[in-house]
Design a protein around this ligand. Structure first.
Ligand SMILES: Cc1cc2nc3c(=O)[nH]c(=O)nc-3n(C[C@H](O)[C@H](O)[C@H](O)COP(=O)(O)O)c2cc1C
Length: 172
């Protein structure tokens, strides 16, 4: 077992929660399933998401000023499948689910009430295959009552990502 495999095992052991990040620019809607996400500042509050350079969502998010982060529960596996296995390069994922229009025209998933809509304060590319987007929350919504079990990486282990991380858009 090499370092790479040990890293994969450590990350799998963490069993990250999953979110769907959505955004839009000039009427073009985009969104994908994301395991790379976290709060990254307390005061002021900030959250960060990492989007693969291979993804349609990345290209739209680089233009957009606002993003929404939807925190998924275990009941959202089918939604995770749509947003994690299909690409906006090929299909309109939003045609397959109930959508609301949020602040700054960000498309919101009506079935996912636990969500943060925010303004992108910065993004950075450290040379890896994902771009980090830092978001200042503007509105935070949460379903009432005690928290429900989140959807986690292990719950989605049979999903095949719509794009491999090393893919790049066809430049021709
Ligand atoms: C379990 C799981 C976790 C994923 N995590 C991320 C992630 O953190 N960041 C990312 O950009 N894509 C992630 N993906 C891949 C995208 O959701 C997937 O390639 C999607 O089809 C891209 O859609 P798009 O081209 O419309 O943006 C993940 C996929 C799965 C199945």
């Amino acid at each position: 077992v090499d370092d790479r495999e040990r890293l994969d095992e450590l990350v799998r052991q963490e069993n990250a929660t999953l979110v769907v990040v959505t955004t839009a620019y000039r009427g073009e809607r985009a969104g994908c399933l994301v395991g790379f996400h976290t709060q990254c500042s307390i005061e002021p509050a900030r959250v960060a998401v990492w989007i693969s350079k291979a993804n349609h969502t990345c290209r739209v998010a680089l233009q957009a000023e606002h993003l929404a982060v939807h925190h998924l529960g275990r009941e959202h596996l089918e939604l995770a499948r749509v947003f994690g296995e299909r690409s906006g390069d090929d299909v309109d994922k939003f045609a397959e689910c109930a959508v609301e229009t949020g602040p700054a025209d960000v498309p919101l998933l009506a079935d996912c009430p636990d969500r943060v809509v925010g303004r992108r304060t910065s993004y950075f590319d450290d040379g890896g295959d994902h771009v980090c987007f830092v978001v200042e929350p503007l509105t935070v919504e949460r379903s009432p009552g005690v928290g429900r079990p989140p959807l986690r990486l292990a719950d989605a282990s049979d999903l095949e990502p719509g794009h491999g991380a090393t893919e790049r858009p066809d430049e021709t």
